[in-house]
Design a protein around this ligand. Structure first.
Ligand SMILES: Nc1ncnc2c1ncn2[C@@H]1O[C@H](COP(=O)(O)OP(=O)(O)OP(=O)(O)O)[C@@H](O)[C@H]1O
Ligand SMILES: [Mg+2]
Length: 285
């Protein structure tokens, strides 16, 4: 179904130097993300999901980590086939935001509290789109409408603290998807939201994905969300991938004990049929 490789991660190892006692948070993992697919990433807290996401964004250094081995080959529209682990900061900046977008659990960490929404959208779109003829304000309003943000004109002049959590999340998605990235990294994007808003946000991600053909790397603790969103799944444990495969295979025929444990508390795939929103349930690790 999906066969064109967008990103190919080979034997990736990410290390925290940790004052002479290095910790390898990611230990020799390999996986691909194909164009247009959603790859779900599950695994217990501390298993290396966010460190993996940050590696793809070339942002490990922020937490003090570095790629100690392996490659992240990205088929960039602008730069051709590049190894993200070998790029200079200046080159990564050309890709991050424009070709690889990101959304996180807490939108306030992405949004600037002292800028109104218009300025933040403007900054995101303007730095990434250099089409002189594009009417940026029109594009902003279009985006906000697409994300079903009520009263978009008024929203533009508001500040992040004026908005609800769900609205902030939508603005972050608008910023991330505004420049139509080929990859969206979503790290627990809906965990902090109530279940109805969560379902709406997931629908919006899917809709934008089908409009723009975006691939999504979707990190979550919630196996119901995985069943709903992912085409394929990778299961992480202690910095390694213990299992990966199509979502149906992971749910119906899990091989690794850890995967079996993860899904034992989960309704069967297809149980969403006839239901409008996914239902939340606890998963103990
Ligand atoms: N700032 C840090 N300093 C030192 N080690 C860190 C740091 N951040 C992460 N680590 C190490 O990296 C490992 C993986 O962390 P990561 O944030 O990727 O986990 P995660 O799978 O995203 O967990 P969660 O589900 O809680 O978000 C941790 O177990 C820890 O050993
Ligand atoms: Mg994390």
């Amino acid at each position: 179904m999906f066969n064109s490789t967008l990103i190919d991660i080979q034997d990736l190892n990410v290390r925290f130097p940790n004052r002479g006692k290095p910790i390898d948070a990611v230990r020799g993992i390999s996986f691909k993300i194909f164009r247009g697919e959603t790859l779900g990433v599950v695994g217990e807290s501390g298993s290396g999901k966010s460190v993996t996401s940050m590696s793809i964004l070339g942002l490990n250094h922020i937490a003090g980590a570095f790629v100690s081995a392996g490659n992240i080959i990205f088929n960039s529209d602008r730069l051709g086939s590049v190894d993200i682990t070998k790029l200079e900061n200046q080159e990564i900046r050309k890709i991050r935001g424009r070709e690889i977008g990101m959304i996180f659990q807490e939108p306030m960490t992405c949004l600037n509290p002292v800028l109104n929404i218009q300025l933040q959208l403007y900054e995101a779109l303007e730095t990434h789109l250099h089409d002189e003829n594009l009417n940026l304000k029109m594009r902003m309003l279009e985006l906000l409408e697409k994300l079903r943000i009520p009263d978009p004109v008024a929203k533009l002049s508001q500040y992040p603290h004026n908005l609800s959590g769900g609205m902030r999340q939508r603005i972050m998605i608008a910023i991330a998807l505004g420049c139509q990235p080929s990859l969206l990294i979503a790290d627990e994007p809906t965990t902090a939201l109530d279940v109805t808003i969560q379902a709406q946000i997931l629908d919006l991600i899917k809709e934008m994905q089908s409009d723009f053909g975006t691939s999504v790397l979707f990190v979550t603790h919630d196996m119901a969300v995985i069943a709903e969103m992912a085409d394929r799944v990778i299961v992480m444990l202690d910095g390694k991938i213990v299992e990966q495969g199509p979502v149906g295979q992971i749910f119906n025929n899990p091989q690794h004990d850890y995967t079996k444990k993860l899904i034992s508390a989960v309704p069967k795939i297809g149980s969403m049929t006839g239901k409008k929103n996914p239902e939340k349930f606890p998963v103990e690790y």
